[in-house]
Design a protein around this ligand. Sequence first.
Ligand code: HPA
Length: 303
Amino acid sequence: MQNFQDVQRAAAALREAIQASHGASSLPLGARRLDNNASPEADAPIGIVLGTGLSCMVERLQDRLVVPYADLPGFPASSVEGHAGAFVWGRFPGACDEDDCVGRYALIQQGRCHLYEGRTPAEVCMGVRVMALLGVKTLVITNAAGGLNPQFDAGGIMCMSDIINHTGHSPLTGVNVDDWGPRFPDMCAPLDADLRALALETAAKMGLRLERGVYIGVHGPEMETPAETRMYRQWGADAVGMSTVLEIIAARHMGMRVLGLSCLTNKNLPDCMTPAPLEEILAMAAVTGKNLGRLIRAMVTKL
Ligand code: HPA
C-alpha cells in the first residue's frame, strides 16, 4: 500500500517548520517537479539518511533546525537504539572563503525505522518520500552492514554499486501513485554511476580506502546463519544489512539520484562466524562514521 496522504501531511508539516524557523520564503524547498529525470539543481537541498549509530555530520550544519519525527503527523519513529528520531535541516559551510558564500542546504534524516520493527514498507520509505516532496533530488543513503566479501575489513566503508532486495517486500505494492513515479520503474542503475565515481575519486584524494560492492537487504532482525551468509556471498553480495533497499527503490521511483554508503561494522564470513552484538556494531559505526562524515562533507559541494 502506498501512503500518499500521510506523506503529503508529514511533508507539509516539515516544510512549515523549516520555513517558520527561517522566516524566509526564498529557501530552496521547491515543490517536487514531475520531470523525474531533471538534472540536479545546485540549489536543491541534498538529502542524507543516517543509519545505525551514524549521527555524524549534523553538528557541522549551520542554521541548524531539528524537527523530531514526533512533530510530524504519522511519521514513524524508530524503536532501535542508535537511531535518533529527527529530521535535521541546515547548511553545510560554503567551499569558498567569501562572507556571502552560501553553502549547500541539506535535509538529514537522523535514524530510520525498519521492517523488523513491524513497520510497513510504506512507513520505512516515508522519509525518502518526504524529502522528495521537499525538492531533494540527490540522496545519500547510509547504513551499518556486515561485510560478506572476505577482502573487506570491519571499520571500512563500502560504496554500493548495486542492491539485492531480499526483504520479500516492495514499497511499490498496491495502486501506483502516478504523481510519484511510474508503475514499473526501471532498476538498471539503482545507484548513480556519476555519484559513485565522485565518491571514489574524493576518497582517493583523501587517502581513504573506499570499497565497492553489492548490498543485500534482508528482513531481520535475526542475524544471518552461516548457510545464509554463504548463499548471499554466492549470489554476489559484498555486504548485508536490514535496511536501505526499500528506500532506494522508493527514491528511484521518484527519480532521485542515489549514492549508497555502508559502514562495515563487522565481518560476516560463513566459515568463521562470530556474534556481532548491537553494542559492537554501534561502537564500530561511531568510529567508521567519522570517516563517512569526512567523505560526505568533502563531496557536498559537488553533489
Ligand atoms: N548482518 C545484518 N545486518 C547488519 C550486520 C550484519 O552482519 N551488521 C550490521 N548490520
